[in-house]
Design a protein around this ligand. Structure first.
Ligand SMILES: [Zn+2]
Ligand SMILES: [Zn+2]
Length: 223
């Protein structure tokens, strides 16, 4: 098989699970900066540790330190999302990416100097071997992908509705922590073989929320 579980994933999600749990309990809403221990507001910044791909919650002062800093251990995660209108991807192109489900995200790892493909599963994110030629073809059809910032932004693809002929496929350039959030909610809410109603409702809510805050941007060459 062309899949290998991401070893660092449990680590990475330990922090994020804690973050979603804390966000839900309104009575105990105090989170702390993972660098300096300052108290955090609900809508705080995140940093990504490049080597481990772990997400850290950060106060503004700490986040600002790593904002756009070159050759640093951490990078500040992007905040804004883009909804890619006119994104070009045929069913054949999607299949050539070898992702076994209809949802995945892709980002460039600067630590590994390559594009990484991950898809959510009940056990967390699973890394899939990305055929470079297939990716390059899609990137050439969608120049917006060349502007995607390494480590902190990802192409997030949702073709679930499309696969069932219900809705259109959705493409975003999303902050990487949003992708972690999606994986985390799937992992936390998946029941049985098909996931159950609760997880699909959560996935629906996630994409509705992402769409509502994303800026529509023309994705394809022929827009
Ligand atoms: Zn701090
Ligand atoms: Zn956080």
């Amino acid at each position: 098989m062309n899949e290998e579980p991401t070893v660092s994933f449990d680590q990475a999600f330990g922090a994020l699970r804690q973050f979603t749990r804390t966000r839900r309990s309104t009575s105990r809403a105090t989170e702390f900066c993972e660098l300096c221990s300052a108290g955090l507001i609900h809508d705080h910044a995140h940093l990504i540790e490049l080597a481990s791909r772990q997400i850290l919650c950060a106060c503004d002062a700490c986040a600002m330190l790593f904002d756009g800093m070159e050759r640093s251990k951490y990078k500040r995660v992007a905040r804004s999302a883009q909804y890619l209108v006119n994104f070009v991807m045929t069913d054949g192109q999607w299949e050539s990416l070898l992702i076994p489900i209809n949802m995945a995200y892709f980002f460039r790892s600067s630590a590994e100097n390559r594009m990484i493909a991950l898809y959510p599963s009940p056990a967390g994110a699973v890394e899939s071997l990305l055929p470079l030629e297939a990716w390059n073809e899609i990137a050439d059809d969608n120049p917006v992908l060349h502007a995607m910032r390494p480590d902190i932004e990802a192409l997030l693809v949702n073709r679930v509705g499309h696969a069932y002929g219900m809705t259109r496929a959705e493409y975003y350039i999303a902050p990487i922590d949003e992708c972690y959030k999606l994986v985390g909610l799937i992992r936390a809410n998946w029941r049985g073989l098909s996931g159950g109603a609760e997880v699909w409702a959560e996935i629906g809510r996630f994409f509705t929320e992402l769409r509502s805050k994303a800026e529509p941007v023309s994705g394809g060459l022929y827009a």
